[in-house]
Write a protein that binds this ligand. Structure first.
Ligand code: AMP
Length: 539
């Protein structure tokens, strides 16, 4: 017997319909790429997204075709996302921080037909144009007044838009592709992750449940995480889904600019990788500014240092939501909110929980296994391969339908983790980064977090370097703060009482800068290359 409910497909653009109808007047504020602050509403974005879709249709942009964006977070980028999906197409966010050759490779791999580009990235596109074989039309996200001279055959967005919004969204299946994002891939070519309408809608609903992001219409959300990073952590869906106001930071992501928007636009919740928050906290420390409006900060994409959680919560009275996920998971996997049995914890015991990456929402099944696929106990200490299963988790990559799942249908995240009896997961490493010392594993992330707790450390990374006896031993690489810079000995003395003796790094090197990937993570491959021939004191 089948259920007798309506066949109402889960389509992403229905989220914008809902926002326009029920929260139409809610503000979307952006720092425009041209400079000034721009204000609009969901109702206006809905109308202009239909103008995008209408024009795409007139340009013979067909169902399932890809439209790439090379753009910052602004209202125009939102309109293009929803317009592309409403026209039956697929948005493909390009990460401008990738190497130009990699970008060209990705555009050709995805066979992008259209390219929507911000003024900032126009010179990059001019340089790459000859290599972008599939791109038939380039639209610059600006108006005629700001359109620069360019050898490209490109039109300004405001002139390109259809004159009216008389357009009915295309009817597509809920399992049709809606969006694409390539994984940053530290080795080999990047791989295309393809989201469906259904997966995006389910993911936004699940990721926003009360013990997860928990956004409401009263919130003012600033996604500092770029729309090109892992599907914008679902935020471009969650905000219109609940009718929360949006504050889009455009191209300026430095501490002062972020603070200015948090303050002037009275942002209540914001989200980004730890590097962004390091810059903000430094700015606050230098200026003495406070964060009176901000209630919650989502920190993910890389492990959030314990000291960062402590400063946000104790010094600025802002709750930290530590989050873990990956492009292949749409991306939310876990969020660290405190369940009732833990909510009364104080001090170090509370931070011990908050430092974990958190628990999974309904729709994310998560387990840890050994190398043979046997499930390991949920005891908060036995770590192994972290595997996930669910409706918004990739089963294959673009261009190769072969499934990348284990025999139980789980996707191996490539992370090493443990899960405790309350369901809280803790990433101890990437499987590629874990340090293997005398057959035992040492967590590079745990050592990094520990070093970051020293007041004189601006950033820390730990890699395994070759050791004659132990195979690998940890090397701590530190960017010192200009004031209070620690020495090798003061740093190791600080760490010694806090970790097992054999985990203490064998050496410390001080550097001016630690290399980062295009999505703001520490680039361990580059560090391993830099320190390939490093000789440890007794190595
Ligand atoms: P990406 O697909 O580029 O977003 O990268 C996903 C990977 O980032 C994950 O598999 C983790 O290795 C890492 N990651 C994301 N969030 C966290 C976190 N909160 N703590 C530790 N690692 C994280």
């Amino acid at each position: 017997m089948r259920g007798l409910m309506q066949d109402w497909p889960l389509l992403c653009h229905k989220i914008l319909d809902h926002a326009a109808l029920h929260h139409g007047g809610r503000e979307v504020v952006s720092r425009s790429v041209e400079g000034p602050i721009h204000r609009t509403t969901y109702s206006a974005i809905h109308s202009r997204a239909r103008r995008v879709a209408k024009k795409l249709h007139a340009n013979n942009f067909g169902i399932g075709q890809r439209g790439a964006t090379l753009a910052w977070n602004t209202w125009r980028h939102m309109e293009v996302w929803y317009g592309l999906m409403g026209a039956g197409g697929v948005y493909h966010t390009l990460n401008p921080r990738l190497f130009p050759e990699q970008l060209a490779w990705i555009v050709n791999d995805a066979a992008d037909r259209m390219l929507f580009v911000d003024l900032t990235f126009l010179p990059l596109v001019e340089k790459l144009r000859d290599q972008l074989k599939s791109v038939q039309r380039i639209v610059v996200l600006t108006d005629a007044a700001h359109m620069p001279d360019t050898p490209l055959d490109a039109e300004p967005y405001e002139e390109w838009l259809a004159a009216d919004d008389d357009f009915a969204w295309c009817a597509v299946d809920e399992n049709a592709a809606a969006g694409m994002c390539y994984t940053s891939g530290t080795t080999g070519n990047p791989k295309g992750v393809v989201y469906s309408h259904r997966s995006n809608v389910l993911h936004a609903l699940a990721g926003n449940m009360p013990d997860m992001l928990g956004l409401a219409s009263r919130d003012r959300l600033m996604p500092v995480v770029p729309m090109f990073h892992a599907n914008c952590w679902a935020l471009a869906y969650v905000a219109p889904l609940v009718g929360a106001s949006l504050v889009m930071p455009g191209s300026k992501l430095d501490g002062a600019s972020i603070y200015e928007l948090l303050d002037q636009e009275q942002v209540t919740i914001t989200a980004a990788v730890p590097t962004i928050w390091m810059m903000l906290l430094q700015h606050l420390q230098e200026t003495g500014h406070e964060l009176p409006h901000l209630e919650r900060v989502v920190i993910g994409g890389a492990a959030c240092p314990r000291s960062m959680i402590e400063i946000f919560e104790s010094r600025y009275d802002v709750s930290v939501l530590h989050a873990w996920g990956m492009t292949e998971m749409s991306p939310i996997g876990t969020i660290c909110t405190l369940k009732p049995e833990l909510v009364d914890l104080m001090g170090d015991a509370r931070l011990d929980v908050q430092e974990k990456q958190g628990h999974a929402p309904f729709t994310v099944e998560m387990r840890v296994t050994d190398d043979d696929g046997n499930e390991l106990p949920r005891d908060g200490k036995t770590f192994g391969r972290l595997k996930v299963r669910g409706p918004a988790i990739a089963r294959a990559y673009f261009g190769n339908e072969a499934e990348v799942l284990d025999e139980d249908g789980y996707f191996d995240t490539g992370d090493v983790a443990h899960i405790d009896a309350h369901g809280y997961m803790r990433v101890t490493d990437r499987s590629k980064d874990v340090i293997k010392s005398g057959g035992e594993w040492i967590s590079s992330i745990e050592l990094e977090n520990l070093a970051m707790g020293h007041p004189g450390v601006a950033e820390a990374a730990v890699i395994g370097v070759h050791h004659m006896k132990w195979d690998e031993r940890p090397l701590l690489i530190v960017v010192p703060k200009s004031e209070d810079a620690p020495t090798r000995e003061t740093l190791l003395d600080y760490m010694r009482p806090q970790v097992a003796k054999w985990w203490v790094p064998d050496d410390v090197v001080f550097v001016d800068e630690i290399p980062h990937t295009a999505t703001g993570k520490i680039q361990k491959t580059a560090l391993r290359e830099m320190f390939r021939d490093y000789r440890l004191p007794d190595g």
